[in-house]
Every structure is written in structure tokens, then in C-alpha cells.
Design a protein around this ligand. Structure first.
Ligand SMILES: *Cc1c(COP(=O)(O)O)cnc(C)c1O
Length: 443
């Protein structure tokens, strides 16, 4: 489907007057609408809950919007737990799906009364060593082998570090029951970024059949099945978007076919989507600041892979719109690059785009999940601001950009702190009022 930005050039200019590029921009109306579609699609299941995967977009304003729409959170680390607690998520609002878990993290999850999802049989002993075993516990499943949909291999669970085998799960449930647990849940994440309405239903069939077998073998009651994440988005214009209503109906059919006849028609369905919830409703907004022609045509922008790592790390496609040139012919071919000293710092390679002039504003689509959150500080690059486009069309900074002082903050008051501060002040005094400070691309 044709990809259209959720702002116009005029709106972008208004925001830029307030927040310099680059920044991540999120669309509140889109986020709320998406959460409602998801809740509607699974409304046939009274216990249904989406636990938004915090790692995708750990911003308290966005988490609060999702909480208002009825979502919980899926966490995997201490800081994600603290952030969730601070945003008002409590107890059963929180899933804790971690692996290789530190004691502090497990302790905090138990303290908050989160649904703890054990990644391995050895985690049963570990849980008992660091906390009280809660009433409700999940175990994470890994069937091994490959995950196929029709004739397509979607992913490779046999190579993945997550989860436990069926036998191990039966053993884990037995031990947890002996330790006082009463209600048991099953979780699995078997394929990532699936653009198919069949992934969740196929996963659900595996997990529902597993739940029937395991509940008998371990003599336990399964109260929830967590389909986790993996529902993808149409990053490329030629892809068609997942239809969450069809996905919900597909899971419903398998539920009626497998769980209901087994007397398990009270099992709650949980999901832990990150990408599907937010990716389309976030964009990286960046300005073209340099161009060069050598063996190819390059456009240099003021963002880099440190702001959005997916293209560099996975070769991932992110659609780019030159704002104000939405309908201009895409008759130029560019590599769109950031400034890292890494040749993989390219947001697009051989991309057909309209002619780009210096100062043009580029809207890099589908950056609302696994975008800002994967940011890093290589080459001393700083994390950008995050801005919310509110439902009423106004905008609000929901995280300021990092400054050089943030970058240096972890030297605390060590031997270099004072000289770093001196060097910063010296530089700032010289730059203020300089030609450089007044420079604008394309002018
Ligand atoms: C990353 C992750 C998710 C979210 O995955 P998406 O692809 O963003 O939907 C959910 N659950 C767990 C355990 C994860 O690690």
C-alpha cells in the first residue's frame, strides 16, 4: 500500500521551529486507534490483554497512552520494571519475560507481583532462591526445529536461545506447583516480524495443543496463553498490512477447535506486541544537510544509525518520504546516509526518490518501535528528542534530546569531570554568535 506520512511539511516545519531535527515523532491518534483495533479483535476472549513490549518504545508518555487504552506491559529488565511501575502498571498489568535474568531483576518482578515468565527449567530454582514463588507463573516454550507457515520457513526456534522443551515445561510446572504456584501460563515467541494473518493462529494451535497435553501431564490448571510478539508491519509499500481483525478471528477459531472441547474454554489470551502496536505510528524526522557525488549519489542527513539502527543492523527497509514532495516523480537514485564512521550507516541504498535539495525534510517511516530504543552513542553521537503529535494536532516534547553533558555524565566527579566542563564552556562561548551557528543547509 502507498505509504503516506502522518504529517505534512507545514506541520513538520512548525515542530522543527521548536525542536531541531533529528527527532522521533509519534502519532497519538494512530496509537490509540491501533490499541482499540487490537482489543476489539480479541474481544471474544474475556481475559484478553495486550502487554505492550516496553523494549520497543520505552517512553513513559507512550506507555501511559497505552495504559489508558487498557494495555499492560511486557518487561525484561530491571529498568523496564521500574519505568512500568512509575507509569502506574501494577501486579497483573506487568509481564516479565526475561532470559539470563539477574537476581535484582527477578526480585523486582516478584516484588511488583508481575506475571513472571520463566525462560528455562533452571529458572525455577533461581526464582525460589531470590523470591517467593508467586501464585501465577508462566513458562516459555521452544519447540526446536523450524517454524513453518505453509511452505515458508518463518523462523528457526531450534537455533534460538529462548524457552524450554515440552518435557522441561512439564517438570517446571510440577516443581512450581510443589513450591506453591496455583495457576500456570504458557508463552512462546517463535517468529519475528511476520507479515501474515496466519502466524498467530498457527502459533496458537501449537500452544493450545501443548497446553492440553501439559496440563494433563503436570496436573495443573492453565489460566493464560501468551502469544507474545512477532506480528509484523508492512515496512515496504508493496507489502500488505496485517489485518488484526482477521488474526483475532483466526485465533478464535483455533481456540474453539482445541481448547473449548478440552474443557479449557476459560483460558485468557495474552499478547506482547511491540512492533505492531507502535512501528507505523512513529517516524524519524531528519534534514538533508550534505550531498556528494562520487561513484554513487549520496544524501547526508542529520540523523544516523545511532538514531535508527535497523537498516544498518538488519539491512531493514524503511520507507522514506521527502516532505512536500509526496507526489513528485521518484526519478533520482540515492544512498541516504548518516555521519557515522561506519559504511553501513545508510538509511537507504539505491533508493528511488524525488530530487532532494539541501534543507529538505525527510520522514523515515515505521520507526515507532525498535527505533529510538535501539539507539546508541557510537562516535559520540547523541540520542535525539522524542516528540508526540497530539490528537488535537499540537505537539509536545516527551523526551528531550541528549546533550554533550548527558554523554559525559557518567564520568561523574572523577578526575576529568572539571576539564570536560571547561572544554564544553570554551566551545559554547566561541560558537555562540558565530557563522557556524547561523548556518542553514541550502541557504
Ligand atoms: C521483543 C519481544 C516482544 C515484542 O516483539 P515485537 O516483534 O515488537 O512484536 C514480545 N515479547 C518478547 C518476550 C520479546 O522479546
Amino acid at each position: 500500500m502507498e505509504k503516506r506520512p502522518f504529517i505534512t511539511l507545514g506541520q513538520a516545519r512548525d515542530i522543527i521551529a521548536d525542536v531541531p531535527t533529528p527527532f522521533h515523532l509519534y502519532d497519538e491518534a494512530g496509537i490509540r486507534a491501533r490499541a482499540r483495533q487490537v482489543n476489539q479483535a480479541f474481544s471474544w476472549n474475556p481475559g484478553f490483554r495486550e502487554y505492550f513490549a516496553v523494549k520497543a518504545t520505552p517512553n513513559p508518555t507512550l506507555l501511559t497512552i497505552l495504559r489508558e487504552e487498557g494495555c499492560g506491559v511486557d518487561t525484561s529488565s530491571y529498568t523496564e520494571l521500574v519505568l512500568s511501575n512509575a507509569c502506574g502498571f501494577r501486579g497483573s498489568d506487568i509481564m516479565f519475560s526475561s532470559n539470563d535474568t539477574p537476581a535484582l531483576d527477578m526480585f523486582e518482578a516478584a516484588r511488583l507481583g508481575a506475571f513472571i515468565n520463566l525462560d528455562d527449567l533452571t529458572m525455577v530454582d533461581f526464582l525460589e532462591q531470590v523470591a517467593e514463588v508467586p501464585q501465577s507463573v508462566f513458562c516459555r516454550y521452544n519447540p526446536g526445529g523450524v517454524f513453518e507457515l505453509g511452505n515458508d520457513i518463518m523462523d528457526n526456534p531450534g537455533d534460538s536461545k529462548y524457552g524450554m522443551s515440552e518435557d522441561q515445561m512439564v517438570e517446571a510446572f510440577r516443581r512450581l506447583k510443589a513450591a506453591g504456584a496455583k495457576r500456570f501460563g504458557i508463552h512462546a515467541f517463535l517468529a519475528s516480524n511476520t507479515v501474515s494473518n496466519d502466524y498467530y493462529p498457527a502459533l496458537a494451535r501449537q500452544l493450545f495443543e501443548l497446553a492440553v497435553r501439559v496440563s494433563k501431564a503436570a496436573d495443573v490448571r492453565i489460566f493464560a496463553i501468551n502469544l507474545s510478539g512477532g506480528v509484523g508491519v508492512d515496512y515496504r509499500p508493496e507489502q500488505s498490512a496485517n489485518d488484526i481483525a482477521a488474526i483475532g478471528e483466526g485465533v478464535h477459531r483455533v481456540y474453539d477447535e482445541v481448547l473449548v472441547p478440552a474443557g479449557m474454554g476459560d483460558v485468557a489470551i495474552f499478547t506482547e506486541m511491540g512492533r505492531f502496536m507502535l512501528a507505523p505510528f512513529g517516524a524519524l524526522v531528519t534534514t538533508a544537510i550534505h550531498e556528494k557525488h562520487i561513484y554513487k549519489e549520496y544524501i547526508g542527513v542529520d540523523a544516523c544509525a545511532a538514531n535508527l539502527m535497523r537498516p544498518a543492523m538488519y539491512g531493514a527497509y524503511h520507507h522514506i518520504t521527502v516532505l512536500g514532495k509526496e507526489d513528485a516523480p521518484a526519478d533520482h537514485v540515492y544512498d541516504v546516509t548518516g555521519g557515522l564512521c561506519e559504511n553501513n550507516d545508510k538509511f537507504a541504498i539505491d533508493r528511488h526518490l524525488p530530487k532532494i535539495d539541501m534543507g529538505d525534510v525527510l520522514f523515515i517511516h515505521d520507526a515507532g518501535a525498535h527505533g529510538f530504543s535501539m539507539g546508541y552513542n557510537y562516535n559520540g553521537k547523541l540520542r535525539s528528542a522524542e516528540v508526540l503529535l497530539c490528537e488535537d494536532g499540537s505537539h509536545r516534547i516527551i523526551r528531550r534530546a541528549e546533550t554533550p553533558r548527558d554523554y559525559f555524565a557518567t564520568f561523574d566527579d572523577g578526575p576529568f569531570a572539571a576539564s570536560i566542563e571547561d572544554a564544553l564552556r570554551e566551545s559554547e562561548a566561541a560558537y555562540a554568535g558565530s557563522r557556524a551557528a547561523a548556518w542553514k543547509p541550502g541557504e
